[in-house]
Design a binder for this molecule. Structure first.
Ligand code: ADP
Length: 458
């Protein structure tokens, strides 16, 4: 089986969030199952690679695009579009030519793929969502799967840009690319792929409801016979406290973990003798920052220290930075993208907070489990599928959950976590048992393999 994977980010080349972790890991685990993969990415910077060929791509005018190869990756190179500070925008504001950038990417990839022999193209999120349509138009035998990692980002652009796509008007109307009088790349992916997948079973159900369907719930419902939920795995080669060379002290137990806590306190300039709640996150409404920013002071007054690492919307960053000045010895706010500090926060904190409004899968809770950092999460999407409330009487469960999307419900979950922290022995038991959970890619890759097999027989 020969699969082309098309995405806009992948570890180690470019990352803004969990999509990059998935694309960086899934191919390696598919390979273990005998599946060959080739990954297509934009060439954002001077990634070394061998020049393969030029492609002449028409998009109102002719663009000369270069293709570079490195191992099983192909990079689509057009420097005016891709060599920029930021993948999709800067300071939380999208680039205004994202339609042009990712139409060019999809067209170039589709042209290149047509000259090769792939059984399946597996596209991810709106940036690659035009590929299934282009593949269909070329009438090859290649089949397509489209995985939605986040329905909140759809690639919506003014209708006037439709002619950039170079396809017949009939694809605009009538269950096509048009949505609320705009064009919508994600919708194109949903409508024109053979199969649609998303990154957890709960999220697969949620996106078919008006509450979390972002207007596409009916479109998704129509595809429900071919809509699958497969939870992401975690790449334990990269995320493993026993072999992690980015943390202060690699560890396998609670005692080792506590040494990391002391060093993290030192690095972040906060008091060590309090429970730590950490967050490593895009700072966006989706991640629950509206309900959180209202109660950070209450969380600190309860007895916690709070450490945040993230980038994103200025309104939340400013509020959080202001709070960190008021509570200088208890709150550390780090507005940057910093992989090393991320590893250290996962290792050094006692709890990891994800109060998300919605969460397609979520990797933060899976990483924190591996590092013995107890998740406090809202019960939605992949968080609901992976975290169960800890029951002190049976010692079952692996975290703390709340359901209602409110500051009050969040505080109640945080208080339960605090009470547990105070009964030291139980907290230690929970932290150690979190480390034992296994959400490796092995199982999820097997599910993708099965899906590919079903698709090839369909
Ligand atoms: P999403 O994909 O919605 O952003 P996930 O929880 O699925 O959220 O994945 C987020 C990934 O990005 C995790 O690997 C997390 O550690 C990482 N990450 C997010 N923000 C930062 C940051 N500022 N610095 C370093 N890593 C980050």
């Amino acid at each position: 089986m020969n699969i082309a994977i098309i995405a806009s980010e992948a570890v180690p080349y470019a990352k803004t969030g969990g999509l990059a972790d998935v694309i960086g890991a899934l191919p390696r685990y598919l390979k273990k199952l005998g599946i060959q993969t080739t990954i297509f990415l934009p060439r954002y910077n001077d990634i070394e690679g061998t020049f393969v060929k030029d492609l002449q791509i028409e998009m109102r005018k002719v663009f000369t695009v270069k293709v570079f190869k490195k191992k099983n990756y192909y990079f689509i190179d057009y420097p005016p579009f891709f060599k920029r500070d930021g993948l999709y925008g800067t300071k939380g504001v999208d680039f205004d030519d994202n339609c042009e950038r990712f139409t060019l990417f999809c067209k170039a990839v589709s042209r290149f793929i047509n000259e090769q022999n792939y059984d399946i193209v597996h596209c991810h999120d709106w940036q690659s969502a035009l590929v299934p349509l282009y593949i269909k138009l070329n009438k090859t035998k290649t089949k397509s799967i489209f995985t939605i990692h986040n329905l909140g980002y759809q690639g919506k652009f003014p209708r006037s840009k439709f002619s950039l796509l170079g396809v017949d008007e009939k694809y605009l109307k009538h269950n096509g690319i048009e949505f609320s009088n705009d064009i919508n790349f994600l919708k194109a992916g949903i409508v024109y792929s053979d199969f649609v997948a998303t990154v957890s079973e709960t999220y697969a159900r949620e996106i078919q409801t008006p509450e979390l369907g972002f207007g596409l719930n009916d479109v998704l419902k129509k595809r429900s016979a071919h809509l699958y939920g497969i939870i992401n795995g975690l790449d334990y080669d990269l995320w493993n406290p026993q072999s992690d060379d980015m943390i202060y002290y690699p560890y396998h137990d609670f005692t080792g973990k506590m040494k990391n806590k002391v060093s993290l306190a030192h690095e972040c300039n906060i008091k060590a003798k309090r429970p730590f709640i950490g967050m490593v996150s895009r700072i966006a409404g989706q991640k629950g920052f509206d309900i959180l920013t209202k109660v950070v002071d209450e969380i600190v007054d309860m007895g916690f220290n709070f450490i945040l690492l993230g980038t994103g919307e200025e309104q939340y960053c400013d509020k959080l930075k202001a709070l960190s000045q008021v509570y200088a010895t208890c709150i550390s706010v780090n507005i940057k993208f910093d992989n090393k500090l991320a590893h250290r926060i996962y290792a050094g904190c006692d709890f990891f907070l994800m109060p998300s409004l919605y969460e397609p899968c979520g990797l933060g809770q899976l990483i924190s489990l591996k590092y013995g950092t107890v998740p406090i999460v809202r019960k939605t999407g992949g968080l609901a599928d992976t975290i169960k409330e800890f029951d002190p009487s049976t010692q079952s469960g692996n975290g703390f959950l709340f359901t209602e999307y409110s500051s009050q419900a969040l505080i109640e979950a945080v208080s339960r976590a605090y009470r547990l922290y105070c009964s030291r022995e139980l907290f230690k038991i929970l932290s150690q048992s979190c480390m034992e959970y296994n959400f490796s890619w092995e199982e999820s890759a097997k599910k993708y393999k099965k899906l590919y097999q079903i698709l090839l027989k369909s």
